[in-house]
Design a protein around this ligand. Structure first.
Ligand code: SF4
Length: 199
């Protein structure tokens, strides 16, 4: 697990620092959640091992999300849509035993059991250059304000089937908001999300 992690971030020692930081933060009484990005190299057993580790460290929640091949990262480590679905189907056998924060509707999407449309506007990104449009992953334009990003971007142009760059994207930054939106459109899904939220 440590070797895989440090290979992905291309810097030895980061795993050990991150684990130590979690322990220190919990020791000081902070609420701590982790965000794990799953890559092609990530072994499903290592995901289980990681969940055991962070649960033992007392984290309050864990996000699990597939990596996506945006401009800044090595494309050989990210998965295709079919690979993502296979990986998340395997994870399904044990993820509910841990404090995983990924919503049930988004998990269904990750397992290929339902479709969701990209809601890139649902989690916007600001970095030192400005507000990234359309999303965290693709930068077609950088805006000076969030208002400009939201009003000047035609979000309907993006998403799988609309823009080839989006073909394999199943990122939580855009599809968790879509899951929330889907829940608002169905009493059954709304009740499931409410139950998941309170439990
Ligand atoms: S599908 Fe949405 S979040 Fe993913 S790369 Fe395309 S615009 Fe960005």
């Amino acid at each position: 697990m440590e070797e895989t992690h440090d290979h992905i971030v291309a810097r030895p020692g980061v795993f050990e620092i991150a684990v130590r930081a979690i322990a220190v933060a919990k020791g000081e009484g902070h609420r701590v959640t982790t965000n794990t990005t799953i890559y092609r190299e990530t072994d499903v057993d290592e995901i289980r091992e990681m969940l055991e580790l962070v649960t033992a460290l007392g984290v309050d929640g864990v996000l699990l999300s597939p990596a996506f091949g945006y401009e800044a990262i090595d494309k050989s480590v990210v998965m295709t849509r079919d690979e993502i679905i296979a990986k998340f189907r395997a994870i399904q056998s044990f993820d509910t035993r841990y404090p995983v924060l990924t919503s049930p509707i988004y998990r269904e999407f990750l397992r290929g059991e339902r479709t969701l449309t990209c809601h890139a506007w649902g989690t916007v990104t600001r970095n030192p250059y400005g507000w990234k449009g359309p999303c965290y992953l693709i930068t077609d334009q950088v805006h000076e304000s969030c208002h400009d990003l939201l009003t000047q971007t035609n979000f309907d142009d993006y998403g799988p089937g609309r823009d080839p760059r989006c073909e394999h994207c199943m990122m939580h930054s855009s599809f968790e908001p879509a899951a929330a939106d889907a829940a608002a459109s169905s009493i059954r899904d709304l009740l499931r999300m409410l139950r998941w939220t309170v439990t």
